[in-house]
Ligand binder design. Structure first.
Ligand code: ADP
Ligand code: MG
Length: 390
């Protein structure tokens, strides 16, 4: 599978490029609060500017219903201007003809940035007419927004019908990283935790044949405990998980590739905590972390890996008393990455936890595109990539 990336295209000078980015950043008091997504997009923008392309940059922000000033791109355009140290003209108006007039005035290397794409219902609906109007602004379409590639939306999906489409540089890099997991150096060890088993099950199923071990933690493990008829007290679990979990058992025996926690940290209704076997949890207790024996067993597996994937915290790491399992796993994975194994860590909360370990620089690839990453690795539909791969 090869990705058609924009850096292979010649003669971009003077061409109008519609660049779809994911600058869905948090705002606070009308300013960008955290800008790593904008920084991740700079490479493609700088490349296109250096080639003399005329740039129309567009993103979504949040999930607004109609025009809602709280979700305006204006502060995002301002931050982009600061980071690029060049003019970025923000176009607040939505009429396509006004946008076209502004684009017509662009010099090679010039940049305009559009208002939030999701102010238009047509964006959500993958509306062909809306996609066509966006496409009519440019000669070439570039997608650099991996995090939304699992969405069937106009600026991601339908737009590619109308103009030649290419991948941006950060999208190409993200795919190269994820493809290392799909064709892994073995042993491949997967660490899965967090909640929402239905979003994680496809990934477990897809990587199962090539994985040597799948180490389960977090609330995800509770579903396996419950399936075996064990008391889990007030612990988080998903009542629809039975059908999913069942596949990993033959009779009462769990598949040997899957490991479950041997001990867990629980808290009772009076706030008292203890470490206990998962088969001995009390009715008034809640499972909130993996225990020390589990960490030791998982550590031994992680140390054998040549490829490592981690998604989902091992416990409720946001609470001080229950962060140890997650932080231990974070350090173990980071220490094994960068050379000894190829290490990939993904997911919103997982990346937050990794940062707490202060070892993120050792991990080979950090993916903040939670949903898109799980969908891609799980073999799900990626409308945003259709037509970009050959
Ligand atoms: P990610 O966003 O990294 O993919 P998830 O969204 O699946 O991860 O899950 C993260 C959340 O799961 C965290 O906020 C964490 O507190 C919670 N969590 C993990 N284990 C437990 C548990 N045993 N009980 C309650 N919450 C848990
Ligand atoms: Mg999450």
């Amino acid at each position: 599978m090869k990705i058609r990336s924009i850096d292979k295209v010649k003669n971009l000078s003077g061409r109008a490029v519609f660049l779809r980015v994911d600058f869905n950043v948090p705002l606070e008091k009308g300013r960008v609060k955290e800008d790593h997504k904008i920084k991740a997009g700079l490479e493609t923008i700088e490349f296109l500017v250096a080639q003399g392309a005329r740039l129309i940059i567009a993103t979504h922000l949040g999930e607004p219903k109609g025009l809602d000033r709280a979700y305006s791109i204006k502060p995002v355009a301002a931050r982009l201007r600061t980071l690029l140290k060049r003019p970025v003209k923000f176009l607040s108006f939505a009429e396509i003809e006004k946008i076209r007039a502004a684009v017509a005035k662009l010099e090679p290397g010039g940049i305009v940035m559009l208002e939030n794409l999701r102010f238009n219902q047509g964006e959500y609906d993958n509306n062909p007419a809306f996609a066509k109007s966006l496409a009519s602004l440019a000669d070439i379409y570039v997608n650099d927004a991996f995090a939304v590639c699992h969405r069937d939306q106009a600026s991601i999906s339908a737009i590619k019908k109308y103009i030649p489409a290419y991948a941006g540089l950060s999208l190409a890099k993200e795919l190269a990283a994820l493809n290392k997991i799909l064709k892994p150096k073995k042993p491949l060890v997967i660490v899965m935790g967090g909640a929402k088993i239905n979003t994680k099950a496809p990934l477990i199923a897809k990587l199962f044949p090539s994985a040597s071990q799948i180490l389960i933690g977090g609330a995800l493990a509770n579903n396996f405990f419950k399936y075996q008829g064990w008391e889990i007290g007030h612990s988080l679990f998903d009542k629809d998980s039975v059908a999913i979990v069942k596949k990993f058992f033959s009779g009462r025996k769990l598949n040997a590739k899957i490991k479950l926690p041997l001990d867990v940290v629980v808290r009772n209704q009076r706030g008292k905590t203890r470490v206990v076997s998962p088969s001995a949890v009390g009715r008034d207790e809640t499972i909130l972390d993996i225990g020390p024996k589990t960490i030791a067993v998982y550590a031994a597996e992680i140390r054998l890996a040549k490829t490592l994937v981690w998604n989902g915290p091992m416990g409720k790491f946001e609470e001080k008393s229950f962060k140890h399992g997650t932080l231990a796993i974070a350090s173990l994975i980071a220490a094994r990455s960068s050379g000894r194994a190829y290490g990939l860590v993904g997911g919103g909360e997982t990346v937050e936890a990794l940062k707490l370990s202060k070892m993120e620089e050792y991990v080979d690839w950090i993916s903040t595109a939670g949903g898109a990453m799980l969908t891609y690795l799980g073999g799900g539909k990626m409308p945003g990539l259709k037509g970009l791969l050959s």
